[in-house]
Write a protein that binds this ligand. Structure first.
Ligand SMILES: C[S@@+](CC[C@H](N)C(=O)[O-])C[C@H]1O[C@@H](n2cnc3c(N)ncnc32)[C@H](O)[C@@H]1O
Length: 260
């Protein structure tokens, strides 16, 4: 598998950190997926591809709802963890290692392509959207969830980018809602629904541990939080609870559909 430097950094980071993304991870809670599924008439037997499956929380939910799911990820360790979690739950899944920007399936094979809390690591997210559209059947659904922001918030975007890079150097970029909508339209996907949903990040220390943030970078993030511009403080509702630093992400939930 030939990887560009951004993809290679993500693969190395998640191979190293895979044990943190299984049971007990905040991603195990799936209200965001339930929101998206209100706009998708999921049917038993649908063929689904969960791209960048991580701990498998999205893909396994789709298996439990009767879909025939392939879990894909750039990190082999992540795929093994997700598959093991599936086995523990008595769920059958296929796995395949590949970068989201080059999906190794033919045109029009899937009823649903999902991707949750991963595209901010991708080197070419627009290319990923084109690939997702390509492997969807006509009328197939695209379910995309990722941290995002409204258009026109450059100061907050820049601050978030810096903090996220320090926390996890494999972070690439958060993209605005309008950017994702444009990419979908460009790939021939019709928007069905999009929204930004708040999600609490309840403990900065836990968040550091999940990414194995270096002590030096933890100090930089703490300082950035202490001196955050008012716009970032307001936007993220940055605060403290029981001695823990908490903030609220905006998570984009987007459902689009390939023209029938
Ligand atoms: C936070 S986890 C995903 C969480 C998961 N989708 C869920 O619902 O719980 C991010 C995943 O993205 C994967 N990833 C990062 N860059 C990738 C790329 N370019 N192609 C495919 N997977 C990638 C990582 O290996 C990691 O497993």
């Amino acid at each position: 598998m030939k990887l560009d430097p951004i993809q290679a950094a993500a693969a190395a980071q998640f191979d190293k950190q895979s044990q943190h993304y299984g049971k007990g991870h905040v991603l195990e809670q799936t209200p965001d997926i339930e929101t998206a599924l209100k706009y998708i008439p999921l049917q038993r037997g649908w063929r689904a591809l969960d791209v960048a499956t991580g701990g498998g929380h999205t893909g396994l939910l789709l298996v439990a709802r009767g879909c025939d799911v392939t879990l894909g990820d750039i990190s082999q360790n992540m795929l093994e963890r997700a598959q093991k979690l599936g086995e523990e739950r008595g769920l059958k899944v296929a796995t395949r290692q590949f970068p989201a920007e080059a999906i190794p399936f033919g045109d029009g094979e899937f009823d649903l392509v999902s991707c949750r809390v991963a595209p901010h690591h991708f080197s070419n997210p627009e290319g990923f959207v084109r690939e997702a559209a390509r492997v969807l059947k006509p009328g197939g659904y695209f379910l995309l969830i990722d941290p995002s922001i409204e258009d026109g918030q450059p100061e907050v975007e820049a601050w978030l980018h810096e903090v996220e890079k320090w926390r996890d150097p494999s972070h690439h970029r958060i993209w605005s809602l309008g950017t994702w909508q444009r990419w979908c339209a460009g790939a021939g996907l019709q928007l069905v629904h999009s929204e930004l949903q708040r999600m609490k990040q309840p403990d900065l220390e836990w968040y550091f541990n999940a990414a194995a943030t270096s002590p030096e970078n933890r100090a930089k993030v703490r300082e950035a939080i202490r001196t955050a511009p008012a716009a970032a403080k307001d936007f993220l509702r940055l605060g403290e609870e029981d001695g823990k630093i908490v903030w609220w992400w905006q998570r984009m939930i987007l459902v689009a559909r390939r023209a029938a």
